[in-house]
Design a protein around this ligand. Sequence first.
Ligand code: ZN
Length: 237
Amino acid sequence: HAYVEKICPICSSAVDDVCPRCEVHGVGYYQREIDLTKLVTNAMAKLGISKMPKVLKGVKGMVNANKYTEPMEKGILRAFHNIYIFKDGTSRFDATDMPITHFYPVEAGISVETARQLGYTKDYIGNELTEETQLVEMMHQDVILNRRGADYLLKTARFVDELLERFYGLKPFYNATTINDLVGKLVITLSPHTSCGVTNRIIGFTDANVGFAHPYVICARRRNCDGDEDSTMLLLD
Ligand SMILES: [Zn+2]
């Protein structure tokens, strides 16, 4: 955990908490000039890239208490992948909730093999699952995402992988080239203005502009089932 050195905002001396002379609380930031070109050049070198994205947007200022910034490398990679972040630093998309308790694998765009790998081996009356057109009972944690939102999560997955490789020197995690590679992966779904996300598993996609989930999941998000809008983000983001 990083230790934040605080200085008095009036007399600029280093303080633990309250400045004994000025009797004000110390803050974890001060104004100074920076060499932006050098910072950008260093970030590019660290990422191993030679060209910057065409558009790289920043923010007017930090809103956290110590005005702590995230590494510039993350913003550069996000710009390459055309993704944007919410104020908590995650990339997410919103969709209207649609409760379901049963689904046909064919309507979620998945094959029998995929459905079986996900644990759907029997249909709703207990017969072996052999056709995509058999009705199955939805497992409570599963979600079916809309394709447009899934395309956005795919871009986010590529960003996460590039961040892992280029910035953290780790192996990529998602290795996703199409949205189908996201089937079986975990997401966090969250209602706006709540602070408790719910972990869900992607099991398929729909052309409808909604997010299908079991009523238990929607309830866990502190929602009733009357068409509210909730967000979805990748678990690793
Ligand atoms: Zn002072």
